[in-house]
Design a protein around this ligand. Structure first.
Ligand code: DQA
Length: 145
C-alpha cells in the first residue's frame, strides 16, 4: 500500500507567489502542491497538502496525521520561531518529520534563526526555494523504504 505524506504549511504561505517574491519566489502554493503530487506518484507516495493561518488548526492537522500519515513535511512559516504548541503536537507523531523553509532563514533576521520545530525534525531544508519540498519528499521516500 502507498505510504501517505502530509505536507503542512503555516501562515501567509497561501500568498506564495505574490508575497515578497524576491524572498520566496514566484511559484504559487497550488503549483507546489501539484509538483509534490506528481513527484509523490513517481516515488510511490500519496501526498496530502494543507495550509492554515491558524496555529490551533495546524496542531489539529498534526493530530489527524497521527492516524492517517506515515510522514510529515512541514513549513510552519512564522510559527517555526514561536510555537511550542506545534512542537508538542509533532512530538506526538511517530513517523519522520522534515522541516522545510523556502528562504535561507539563517541569512535573515536573528529571530528567524531559532526553530522550535527543529527540536523534533529529523531533517531541515532551508534556502533551496520551493524545490525544498520535492527534496524533502525524496528523503521521505528513502526514510520510509
Ligand atoms: C519561511 C521562513 C519563516 O521565517 C517565515 O516566517 C515564513 C516562511 C520560509 O519558508 O522561508 O513565513 O518558513
Amino acid at each position: 500500500m502507498a505510504k501517505t505524506i502530509h505536507i503542512l504549511n503555516g501562515p501567509n504561505l497561501n500568498l506564495l507567489g505574490k508575497r515578497q517574491p524576491e524572498v520566496y519566489g514566484s511559484d504559487t502554493l497550488a503549483q507546489v502542491e501539484t509538483a509534490c503530487a506528481a513527484l509523490g506518484g513517481t516515488l510511490g507516495l500519496d501526498t496530502a497538502f494543507f495550509q492554515s493561518n491558524h496555529e490551533g488548526e495546524i496542531v489539529e492537522t498534526v493530530h489527524r496525521a497521527r492516524d492517517t500519515a506515515d510522514g510529515i513535511i512541514i513549513n510552519p512559516a512564522a510559527y517555526t520561531h514561536t510555537s511550542v504548541a506545534i512542537l508538542d503536537a509533532l512530538n506526538t507523531f511517530e513517523g519522520p518529520v522534515i522541516e522545510v523553509h523556502i528562504s535561507n532563514v539563517h541569512k535573515r533576521e536573528p529571530f528567524r534563526q531559532h526553530s522550535y520545530v527543529s527540536l523534533r525534525a529529523d531533517g531541515v531544508i532551508a534556502g533551496l526555494g520551493v524545490e525544498g519540498y520535492e527534496l524533502a519528499l525524496r528523503r521521505m521516500a528513502s526514510l520510509l523504504a
